[in-house]
Ligand binder design. Structure first.
Ligand code: PMP
Length: 386
């Protein structure tokens, strides 16, 4: 029998086996009720039907409805299932909403925030409406090992287009405990912790998340934004495809969406609903993260990237650590050995991002507690032998 593999990939990442089953069925033949489960089938694969067909229309509308119902996005917000990834949202947000003479404000919590900041600057440089990009706080100086506090005096609301935060930092393994309580429109990149626990993400003025961690496959990006913002004037030079209002005016089907991605996103949200929703998930995710941090905090060999002193900044989705202990030059060899042995033991995808080094265990919603328990035992055993 094949060895059990525990998939710790940072993304595209693990999805529930039930979702794979249902998605596979829909690829073979779409159920007549618009669901992979339903019978009788329509005699066609999901992959070969028009995005304008009634069958796909049902799948799309159902996915949008589940975003409201399961993720709690209020009906005051427009939901869009776009392409281009979270990376495209880095650009679309300032293109659409950096008003003339305004400041777009950012918190710099790592590589993804930095990319978002650069896109705001690029939009201004490329003939935008002359906005400024301000970085209000950063934890760069300490290797992004915590979520930095906002300054006491925030920029004036009237002159600030929005405040952008990354709710979970996939690479460094930090996460906001709660959304900052500020009197500014909040824009949230929730790519790597959407749907993982109740934390108010859904109430952001604009939120977005690439689906490929907690929501589905790559190639579909969940966006939600306050409907009133769709009325705002956008410069003539912004192409139609990059305007939220154009997508919204066509009911989210301005052009051909990732039909497969939309189906799977809906299936994942049904699974999430059946598992007790975001609140039910929160409990399991906390237990998984606690188990790993406990091993890290009690080890002389493994050192968490986010120290215990910054426990409130620790991510429940991406747990990062390095191998310490021996002399600097011995570390690299030890890390290599650890990763090789972990890989051979069936722990897949725990090599850390190159910018942090070491290891990263991504333990998204669909990741089972037993996989975390097995990794904890493996780490404890490795330390005993090292
Ligand atoms: N933001 C965060 C927090 C991410 O983790 C990622 C991807 N891992 C991105 C943005 C970029 O997403 P995409 O590749 O979908 O553009």
């Amino acid at each position: 029998a094949a060895q059990r593999i525990f998939n710790f990939s940072a993304g595209p990442a693990i999805l529930p086996p039930e979702v794979f089953e249902r998605a596979a069925a829909a690829v073979r033949e779409l159920g007549g009720d618009g669901h992979a489960k339903g019978a009788p089938g329509i005699g066609l694969s999901l992959l070969e039907i028009s995005h304008r067909s009634q069958d796909f229309g049902m799948i799309h509308d159902r996915a949008v409805e589940l975003v409201h119902e399961v993720l709690g996005v209020p009906k005051t917000h427009q939901v869009l299932l776009l392409q281009g990834g979270a990376t495209q949202q880095f650009a679309m947000v300032p293109m659409n909403f950096a008003a003339p003479g305004s400041t777009t404000a950012y918190v710099d919590t790592g590589a993804w925030s930095t990319k978002a900041i650069k896109e705001s600057q690029a939009v201004a440089a490329g003939g935008g409406r002359g906005h400024e990009t301000a970085v209000l706080a950063s934890s760069k100086d300490t290797g992004y090992d915590h979520i930095p506090a906002l300054p006491e005096h925030l920029p004036a609301k009237a002159a600030t287009a929005y405040l952008h935060v990354t709710s979970n930092n996939t690479i460094f393994g930090t996460e906001y405990e709660a959304m900052p309580a500020v009197d500014l429109p909040l824009v949230v990149d929730a790519s790597s912790n959407i749907g993982s626990r109740p934390m108010g993400l859904e109430r952001a003025t604009i939120g977005y998340a690439g689906a490929q961690k907690n929501l589905g496959p790559s190639g579909v990006t969940l966006v939600w934004l306050e409907r009133s913002w769709l009325e705002r004037e956008v410069p003539a030079g912004v192409p139609n495809i990059l305007r939220y209002a154009s997508h919204a005016a066509k009911g989210g089907l301005l052009n051909t969406p990732n039909t497969f991605g939309v189906l799977v996103l809906g299936l994942v949200l049904e699974w999430l609903r059946d598992k007790g929703g975001v609140a039910g998930m929160a409990e399991r995710n906390q237990a998984k993260a606690d188990a790993l941090y406990t091993v890290l905090d009690n080890s002389d060999l493994f050192a968490p990237h986010v120290p215990k002193a910054h426990a409130s900044s620790r991510s429940r989705m991406n747990v990062t650590w390095t191998l310490g202990g021996a002399a600097e030059d011995g570390r690299e060899a030890l890390t290599k050995r650890f990763l090789a042995e972990a890989g051979a033991a069936g722990f897949s995808g725990i090599k850390g991002h190159r910018s942090v080094g070491g290891c990263r265990a991504s333990i998204y919603n669909a990741f089972p507690l037993e996989g975390v328990t097995a990794l904890c035992e493996f780490m404890t055993e490795f330390e005993r032998r090292a």
